[in-house]
Design a protein around this ligand. Sequence first.
Ligand code: C2E
Ligand code: MG
Ligand code: MG
Ligand code: MG
Length: 283
Amino acid sequence: RAKMSGRATFSFYTAEMQAQMARTLRVENALRRALERDEMQLHYQPQCQAADGRIVGVEALLRWQHPELGWIGPAEFVPLAETNGQIAVIGRWVLDTALRQLRAWQLAGLPPLRMAVNLSAVQLRQPGLAELVGELLRRHEVDPAWLELELTETMAWDDPEGSARQIARLRAMGLRIALDDFGAGYTSFSHLSLFQAGTLKIDRSLVAGIERGSHQASVVAAIVNLARTLRMHTVAEGVETPGQREALLAAGCESAQGWLYGRPMPAEAFEALIRERQAPPPG
Ligand code: C2E
Ligand code: MG
Ligand code: MG
Ligand code: MG
């Protein structure tokens, strides 16, 4: 049967691959003008104390809306931007925009927040990264302690020592490093000490299955203990249900991020949310 359908299967895949390639070309072309055409935005997702939901931080997440192609997610276009080098310009825009927003919130009297910004592996390899970050912090008059840069450990595979040096330079400026997506794919424990990150973000794939004495629950508890030993703070990603929150609290995880606490949203909506949730009691 497999043999008989071989030909049809082949042409099916060819058509699909062609459509995929056409889409990639189209997206890549559109990406070149996305910033100058003002098609990109940052959305902001709260990072909360797991126990009481108090907002202690915020992650900036890149959004792109193209007039014809509609919303395109970062999981699709960030890898393209990494391949063609545009991530340098986009990444700079992300940092600039997130720090400008953070400063505006500080001046508007919002409760203190740490701003988390995702960094691409390609940015981490840029020689002038620390200088760029320093320049933007000064320009927006933001204390480095309020900035956290999120890295994924796959970034270090090519050049662990080079990555560690770059990260040390950033840490020396007084900002925080978070290790994103921990527990997804191939986790190398040696990277934990190499990076000396202050925050460990537990991947959504582990959080998804954590309810009620599951295997994942013990894995997460072990990760939280390990993080505590290394004096790292833990944030669970993709928390969607009260059951997951309970299991995370039982595992000792301090902070949580996910739809249960708030979706990524435009700046104005985030500001309204924090004012509503964290308003001082009346009278
Ligand atoms: P990430 O940094 O791990 O971000 C978390 C992703 O999970 C986000 O997807 C977020 O919208 C989603 N998420 C949050 N809470 C929940 C939940 O409760 N349930 C589910 N199902 N999903 C949730 P998003 O925004 O599509 O971003 C995907 C990835 O793209 C990010 O993963 C990050 O690696 C990358 N990315 C996003 N913004 C940037 C950026 O400015 N620069 C770089 N280099 N990468 C970025
Ligand atoms: Mg992240
Ligand atoms: Mg993540
Ligand atoms: Mg991710």
